[in-house]
Ligand binder design. Structure first.
Ligand code: ADP
Length: 318
């Protein structure tokens, strides 16, 4: 379906290109006013050091070369910081367009469903189906807005985690129940394996459910066709491990760290074709770190991916 671009998206696209233009202009200014004079000064410094004609020329030469080195180091550092700031602004601009698109999709569906229901000719059965679909779309919308609000709280440091002793198997089973595509997946497409020894852990139930659902949704989104998605929970030394494996296209090693950064999405055909805001894995990481655990990914192009949430565990008590 073709969507007409919203003013906010247009504005963000313009903001993104403004950032890029600003960054290019700064590089040009640096080259003209810092790097070119520095190169000339460096040449003078070297000539002074080599010729040593006048008294103190060696000292002047060394001073000039040191000054130029400091100047060039400072400029390079400034460029690195500016590059980071420009990248972040670009990511934020992209993020706002992606989010508005993500919110617009269920909204468009709701509008179409409501219009169908309003038509007098609509049969009662169709109306009932529309009603079910309406409630599903409204849930989808609520979930997305809640995720954004949750992320806002995490960023502002206002997200409170209430750690309680919970049976990990129950928490993971709740996550499976909340992972709505699970209902439509066949047993050979989606399997769950929970070791008896996992027992209880200190967790914020809802946050862990959210994180597991994020990993499962990614497995579903980026998995292969036909899909093979596995959820495993087991104990390894003093840790409880929640592991989600898919048979998708996999992720290059160079991206393993970046995919956990906020707003970051791999710029490939698969990611571009899927809806997403680049927040899912950042949320998973935030949740796991708040539990004093760590996240990990094992993946290579063409070999699928395994994501792990590794949580502290006190010996698998039941
Ligand atoms: P998104 O909303 O884009 O899915 P995430 O933070 O969940 O955001 O993921 C960040 C990026 O990491 C995704 O855009 C995708 O490129 C990549 N990614 C995440 N999970 C997988 C996976 N299971 N297989 C391949 N790529 C993945």
């Amino acid at each position: 379906m073709e969507f007409e671009e919203l003013p906010i998206e247009r504005r963000n696209r313009r903001a993104g290109s403004a950032v890029r233009i600003g960054y290019r202009r700064i590089i040009q200014l640096l080259v003209f006013f810092v790097l070119v004079p520095s190169a000339l000064l460096l040449a003078v410094g070297i000539v002074l050091m080599v010729l040593r004609g006048a008294p103190y020329s060696l000292l002047f030469g060394i001073l000039i070369v040191s000054f130029v080195s400091v100047l060039v180091t400072g400029s390079v550092l400034m460029l690195v910081f500016l590059r980071r700031a420009a990248n972040l602004s670009q990511l934020q601009a992209d993020f706002v367009s992606k989010v508005s698109h993500e919110l617009r999709t269920p909204l468009t569906a709701i509008r179409l469903l409501a219009e169908t229901m309003q038509r007098p000719a609509t049969a009662d059965e169709v109306r009932a189906e529309c009603l079910t679909a309406l409630s599903q779309e409204a849930d989808r919308l609520t979930l997305r807005i809640e995720r954004l609000l949750d992320w806002g709280r995490m960023e502002a440091g206002r997200k409170l985690y209430e750690l309680r002793e919970e049976r990990l198997a129950d928490v993971v089973n709740d996550a499976v129940a909340a992972f709505s595509p699970a209902r439509n997946l066949l047993p050979n497409e989606f399997s769950v394996e929970i070791a008896d020894a996992v027992g209880s852990v200190m967790v914020d139930r809802l946050a862990i459910i959210d994180a597991v659902v994020n990993l499962l949704s990614n497995g579903r989104k980026y998995g292969g066709s036909p899909l093979v998605l596995k959820l495993r929970v087991y104990v390894q030394k003093e840790h409880a491990v929640i592991e989600v494996t898919d048979n998708g296209a996999g992720i290059a090693r160079s991206e393993h760290r970046r995919i956990f950064e906020k707003f970051y999405r791999i710029d490939d055909r698969l990611s571009r074709a899927r809806e997403g805001s680049g927040l899912g894995l950042a949320i998973v990481r935030h949740v796991v770190l708040a539990h004093r655990g760590r996240v990990g990914v094992d993946s290579a192009p063409g070999r699928g991916s395994t994501f792990r949430m590794i949580l502290p565990h006190r010996g698998g008590r039941s």
